[in-house]
Design a protein around this ligand. Structure first.
Ligand code: ARG
Length: 460
């Protein structure tokens, strides 16, 4: 049984259950690469300031590198008795290179070590998530380009409102994800700060060079206060909040895909390879991927609340409570990566049923606002125009006809201002093309928006 690095002042062994209960190695072993990277940087720094000799440092670094290789290959046995990833690796180091391994922890505590590990891990995770998010954004841009002219009903209250182009609708999703992307990049700036050097809570008596450690680890800044450095996890909370918003966007998108792929809407067909069947109903093809993404949003929202609650009553500085930050954080990362990947893979393969979309847009008096705008251009106030068109719509409903199916004589019974040119206004193409300004649904505007988006994405 390996002995604990802190056992000196204890008079009896740890209770077996307590050992299990307090250990984190079952989940924090995920941090081994970052832990070793941080330790190597720490050893180099200690050498630079003369705390370790060059030979000692070389032995430590080589030892750590072989440990990393062994863990990579799955040839490392983790011990619960050694509690966490840090003590497991440190014990293995001393076992391999002898007593010099015991010098590594000079001027350092697990408190600043774990804070460093999570920040390194999260920084990498953010970069991977950003790549995946970008794939999805590119997929949306390509699809939007293909569908720039496709007409569908736009909804408010899930009731047909006005015709829009499918490209425009897809670009709405793109915009939400673009903000998520910005939030992620902004969060990364606050993640990328070096806490190492704070030691347990007050700093260390050794002449450490934190700027050097920061440089070795690629940190852009150094924490200003040692108490803060070891105790706050706001960067993890912030990341989870960014993730919760991102998942909320994906969830809304997922909801639309579920609705649109139903027989009742039939706007899109999801590829078979992204759907599953029923064990009893032979005809079923279920949109499991969007459904799961919608469902997984709940996990991330939950993790955000977990982390906020974990933090809220902690006195300064480090408390063991913080060990509980890892599972929510890891699961947030995994959920984001999985959901983004699923969507990035699925979006380019979405088939559009443009006839069905057009048909739906033609129903529901979607161009009634266009008729009101037409009357305004003929000199009627908007409120009066609204009233006149409302009456025409009520009449058309009663006749079971579309607005465009009424003849000129009928229109003129509502107001003589309506002329032959009204029919162009009532077409779906005329309606979308007329909304021709920045942010509008006209195909030319959608194409311009796609172009701007591509440029922005390239610059990121
Ligand atoms: N496993 C701990 C955590 O996740 C590492 C830091 C432990 N520090 C301590 N003094 N017990 O936060």
């Amino acid at each position: 049984v390996p002995s604990k690095p802190w056992s000196g002042r204890f008079n009896e062994p740890t209770d077996a259950f307590v050992e299990e209960f307090t250990a984190s190695v079952s989940f924090d072993h995920r941090l081994y690469r970052q832990d070793i990277r941080g330790s190597i940087a720490h050893a180099h720094m200690l050498t630079k300031v003369g705390v370790l000799s060059a030979e000692e440092s070389e032995a430590i670094v080589l030892g750590l590198e072989t440990i990393a290789q062994d863990i990579d290959k799955g040839q490392f046995s983790w011990s619960v008795t050694l509690e966490d990833v840090h003590m497991n690796i440190e014990a293995a180091l001393t076992e391999r290179i002898g007593p010099v391994g015991k010098k590594l922890h000079t001027g350092r505590s697990r408190n600043d070590q774990i804070a460093t590990d999570i920040r390194l891990y999260l920084r990498d995770a953010i970069d991977t998530i950003a790549i995946q998010l970008r794939h999805l954004q590119e997929g949306l841009l390509n699809l939007a380009e293909r569908e720039a002219e496709t007409i569908m009903p736009g909804f408010t209250h899930l009731q047909t409102a006005q015709p829009v182009t499918f490209g425009h609708h897809l670009m709405a999703w793109f915009e939400m994800l673009a903000r998520d992307n910005e939030r992620l990049a902004d969060c990364r700036r606050r993640v990328n700060v070096l806490p190492l050097g704070a030691a347990a809570l007050a700093g260390t008596t050794f002449p450490i060079d934190r700027a050097y450690t920061a440089e070795l680890l690629g940190f852009e800044a150094i924490t200003e206060n040692s108490l803060d450095a070891v105790s706050d996890r706001d960067f993890a909370i912030e990341f989870t909040a960014v993730g919760a918003l991102l998942m909320t966007h994906l969830s809304r998108f997922a909801e639309e895909l579920v609705l649109w792929s139903s027989a009742q809407f039939d706007f899109v067909t999801l590829p078979d390879r992204f759907c599953t069947g029923s064990s009893i109903m032979p005809q079923k093809k279920n949109p499991d991927v969007p459904e799961l993404v919608r469902g997984k949003t709940g996990r991330v929202n939950g993790h955000l609340i977990s982390l906020l609650t974990l933090m809220k009553s902690q006195p300064l500085a480090y408390n063991k409570d913080n060990q509980e930050d890892k599972e929510p954080l890891f699961d947030t990362i995994d959920t984001l990566l999985g959901s983004l990947r699923a969507f990035a893979d699925m979006v380019p393969a979405i088939k559009t049923n443009s006839d069905k979309m057009r048909e739906a847009a033609a129903k529901g008096y979607a161009t009634a606002t266009d008729l009101a705008d037409y009357l305004v251009r003929k000199g009627v106030s908007f409120r009066d125009a609204h009233e006149i068109v409302g009456k025409a719509v009520a009449y058309a409903i009663q006749q079971g006809k579309d607005l465009a199916a009424l003849n000129l004589e009928t229109f003129q019974s509502f107001t003589p201002l309506i002329q032959e040119d009204v029919f162009a206004v009532l077409t779906l193409e005329g309606s979308v093309a007329a909304r021709n300004h920045l942010g509008g649904t006209a195909p030319t505007q959608v194409r311009a928006a796609i172009q701007r988006a591509r440029k922005k994405l390239r610059l990121q």
